[in-house]
Write a protein that binds this ligand. Structure first.
Ligand code: ATP
Length: 245
C-alpha cells in the first residue's frame, strides 16, 4: 500500500442491471484526508457507484482502487482500511447493540472501544436493546458506528443523516468533522444540501449515471451561475433534489 495513493480512485465505472444503465462511466477521486460528497436524485446511480467502490458489486467496466488496493481482489486488506455504511444494512436482528458492536470490533486488530463507538452515535442508553427493537434512526446510527469500529482510514457513508432527527443530525456532523480532523478520507452520499455544504471539500453531482459536475460547493454554485447549492443542482441536472430526511 502506497501512502501517495489517493484514498479512492474510480475510473470510468459502468454498471447495468439488465436493460437499466445505472452507472454510465463515473470517474472520481478522493484525496487522503478529503471529504467528497455525491449528490444526485433518486436513481442517479449513487448507491451502485459506492457499492462498486466498496467491492460489493462488480463493475461491467472501469477500475477502482482504495489506497491502492483493488477491492475485488484483496478483500482482506480492503477490510482493514475501509469502513462502509450502506443505506440498507443487513444486521443480525436478534443481537443486542453491544453484541453487534463487539462482533464488529472483533474483526479488527485495533478497534475503537465500545464506549467510544456508542458515544459517537449517541446510543449508550440503548446498549442492551435488541437491534430489531431500535427505531429506524437508531438502527441507522448503529450502522455508522459499525462502519467506524476498525478505525478505517477511508469511509463510505451512504445517506449519513437520512431519517435522523435534527439533534442526531448535528451530532453526526460533529462526528464527521472529528473524523476529518483525524485525517480520515470520506465519500459521503447525501440528499441534504446543508450537510454537503458544511462537510464536503468537493462534491460530485450525479445524474443518470454520470458525473455532470465535480467541484467545491462554492465552485458548483459559481459554475452554474446560481445563488445557492440547491439552485446550482437544479441548473446542472434540470431536476429538483428531493430531501428524504
Ligand atoms: N439490484 C438492482 N436491480 C435492478 N435495478 C437496480 C438495482 N439496483 C439499482 N437499480 C436501478 O439502477 C438505477 C440506479 O440505482 P441506484 O440505487 O444506484 O441509485 P441511487 O442514486 O442510489 O438512488 P436512491 O437515491 O434512490 O438511493 C435505478 O434506475 C435503479 O432502479
Amino acid at each position: 500500500m502506497d501512502s501517495a495513493e489517493p484514498a479512492i480512485l474510480a475510473e470510468n465505472l459502468a454498471k447495468s442491471y439488465g436493460r437499466t444503465r445505472a452507472v454510465a462511466g463515473v470517474s472520481l477521486r478522493v484525496g487522503v484526508g478529503e471529504v467528497v460528497g455525491v449528490l444526485g436524485t433518486n436513481g442517479a446511480g449513487k448507491t451502485t457507484t459506492v457499492e462498486m467502490i466498496a467491492g460489493l458489486r462488480t463493475p461491467d467496466r472501469g477500475r477502482v482502487r482504495v489506497l491502492g488496493i483493488d477491492p475485488r481482489h484483496d478483500r482482506a486488506r480492503l477490510r482493514q482500511v475501509l469502513g462502509v455504511q450502506l443505506q440498507h444494512a443487513h444486521l443480525h436482528n436478534a443481537l443486542r447493540v453491544t453484541e453487534l458492536v463487539d462482533l464488529y470490533r472483533s474483526f479488527y486488530p485495533d478497534p475503537r472501544s465500545s464506549d467510544e463507538l456508542l458515544d459517537l452515535v449517541d446510543l449508550t442508553a440503548q446498549r442492551r436493546t435488541i437491534f430489531d427493537n431500535l427505531s429506524g434512526g437508531q438502527q441507522h446510527r448503529l450502522s455508522i458506528a459499525l462502519a467506524l469500529a476498525g478505525r478505517p482510514r477511508v469511509t463510505i457513508l451512504d445517506e449519513l443523516t437520512t431519517g435522523l432527527d435534527p439533534k442526531a443530525r448535528r451530532r453526526m456532523w460533529g462526528t464527521i468533522e472529528q473524523l476529518k480532523a483525524e485525517g480520515v478520507s470520506i465519500l459521503l452520499v447525501s440528499h441534504a444540501m446543508e450537510e454537503v455544504e458544511r462537510l464536503c471539500d468537493r462534491v460530485a453531482v450525479l445524474d443518470a449515471g454520470r458525473v455532470v459536475a465535480l467541484a467545491t460547493p462554492a465552485g458548483l454554485v459559481a459554475q452554474a451561475g446560481a445563488d445557492t447549492l440547491d439552485d446550482a443542482f437544479v441548473a446542472l441536472t434540470g431536476k429538483e433534489l428531493e430531501d428524504t430526511e
